[in-house]
Write a protein that binds this ligand. Sequence first.
Ligand SMILES: C[S@@+](CC[C@H](N)C(=O)[O-])C[C@H]1O[C@@H](n2cnc3c(N)ncnc32)[C@H](O)[C@@H]1O
Length: 322
Amino acid sequence: MINKLSTDEVKQQVLRVFQEIIVDPNVSFEVVDIDVHETKSITMGNTINVMWVKVLANNRPVVMGQFGGLAPNGLYGLFKSYVEGYLKGMYEGLLGKRIRFYIDVFDSRPRDYDMKDYLKVLPRKEAIRTGIVKPDSPIDKVMNEYSLEQVLIIGGDVSAPVPGVLHAAENIVRKQLPNNILDLFCGTGAVSKAILLAHTCDVTCVDLFTAKYARQTLAPFKNVNIQEHDVFSYKVRGFYDLIFADPFDAEAMKFACNFVPEILSKCNLFVMSHGYSENKYWNFLVHQELKKNFAYVKTYSSEGVSMSMCSQKVLNNTGTSA
Ligand SMILES: C[S@@+](CC[C@H](N)C(=O)[O-])C[C@H]1O[C@@H](n2cnc3c(N)ncnc32)[C@H](O)[C@@H]1O
């Protein structure tokens, strides 16, 4: 019965579902092979129909959902499983038989590739015109709120601006009134702009790929220093009242493990974002890692994004000294 399924039709469906998740037009993928099998289930003893689908992509991590920031609906790392589950549900409904899909994603590129080739900054109008950002959506509203003109995308994901991150940054500086700030993984400079609109202070921004966009966003402000540097090899000079970090979720753990010890004695307060609040286990692991170094770690949700506020001193709930 499974042979009645046209492989061309399945191919179209696989591509359609991936296309719905992956927004970057430069990420391309094709179905290069489909194999149909009947296999005996060793747990159930019955025969299961299996479709092996081989996908060739020019960026495997993006197509797998492993690369980027806030994957929608908790799908971080699970794009392939999502498409498999979707097709299973659809074809079981259509055929009235049990069927399973296995999708293998292969990368057409050499193994070494550069993240900057997959990061895109779009003007806001372009993001709206192409439907990547919908008018009146939370991102559109936050862009109005802070007069932001750039959208950062990577693969399946609009990475910035993120309302919960910007509002958290603004709320913290309104309470802490810091004299100076280090904004790590500054992206388009949206976090620093939200901070500077609320409170005047010296700001140092670091990003390996987007310094020129941050310069545009922050051009109207004084006392801003933007550095194009790899955060993982960045040496923090001086002392900051606040260090704010907004890495891609996928790099939050690496950052917490490898970089946090570098900044322990270099700030009063350290705040980082590390993923969608619904990715509870991931956020728990990052929290545990931060607890190894800081006396105080408060992990909380800001409009669906998990953030941690950390200090060497024990703080009260508002983030000031207890
Ligand atoms: C989630 S985005 C930050 C968005 C930013 N807060 C904003 O509002 O625009 C993560 C940023 O990390 C940067 N990035 C990724 N790896 C990096 C690295 N090793 N060193 C420095 N920046 C890096 C990317 O260029 C991207 O801008």
